[in-house]
Design a protein around this ligand. Structure first.
Ligand SMILES: Cc1cc2nc3c(=O)[nH]c(=O)nc-3n(C[C@H](O)[C@H](O)[C@H](O)COP(=O)(O)O)c2cc1C
Length: 199
């Protein structure tokens, strides 16, 4: 099975991204990861993870943090145009941008391809694979909403970081798990984060 690509951008919400990756390594042989410069800053502010600067250090530190096997996580740098995700002939099975900034959302909505993450999303859209964006901003301006509407009309799943409370969460991790469970459901990836709602 082709890998899933996960892109982390510099919005608040890194616990969502790290929980998503922790879940994916349980079932996926290989996961492609792209991390924007702003995301590295937000990771250092929101978590105890120190990624380092160069791509190889980021790959090693992230793999260690997640408990991933050797080669399970492959990190691509922002100008790595030779990466498989840059080509329409080898798109990932699906791509998730989590968390997704308004600036990356705009770049994707407007077809920019000036970094690998934007190009990969462009490829996923044109090859009609699944693209899930997990935006976080409040309030949304009309620009943000128009960009989201444009993407939703193309079939992109806009799944904002918006946990529910009917599961009676006991912790922040419970809230994070709620959002990640919905992302995994849309990826058709099995998980035990929370039971499906039975009514
Ligand atoms: C601590 C912190 C939190 C941020 N939170 C958000 C956010 O929730 N949503 C957002 O759109 N931008 C947020 N930003 C701003 C983005 O990081 C900034 O617009 C950046 O240029 C995005 O670049 P990227 O999309 O390449 O990651 C935040 C920045 C910092 C430092």
């Amino acid at each position: 099975m082709k890998p899933i690509a996960i892109a982390l951008t510099g919005a608040s919400g890194m616990p969502y991204a790290l929980t998503l990756l922790k879940e994916l390594i349980k079932t996926q042989d290989r996961i492609y990861v792209m991390i924007s410069q702003a995301a590295s800053i937000v990771i250092s502010m929101e978590t105890d993870l120190d990624l380092g600067n160069d791509t190889k250090s980021i790959e090693r530190n992230l793999s260690q943090y997640l408990g991933a096997k050797d080669g399970q996580i492959e990190v691509f740098s922002k100008n790595q145009w030779t990466a498989p995700v840059a080509s329409g002939s080898n798109p990932p099975r699906a791509m998730v941008v989590c968390p997704c900034t308004m600036s990356t959302l705009s770049a994707i909505a407007n077809g920019h391809g000036d970094n690998l993450m934007h190009r990969a999303a462009d490829v996923v859209i044109k090859e009609q694979k699944k693209l899930i964006l997990v935006p976080r901003e409040t309030p949304y301006s009309a620009i943000h909403l128009e960009n989201m509407l444009k993407l939703a009309r193309l079939g992109v799943v806009i799944m904002d970081a918006n946990p529910a409370f009917y599961q009676q969460p006991n912790s922040i991790q419970d809230l994070v798990d709620f959002v990640v469970a919905r992302i995994l459901d849309h990826l058709d990836v099995d998980h035990n984060l929370l039971p499906p709602w039975q009514g």
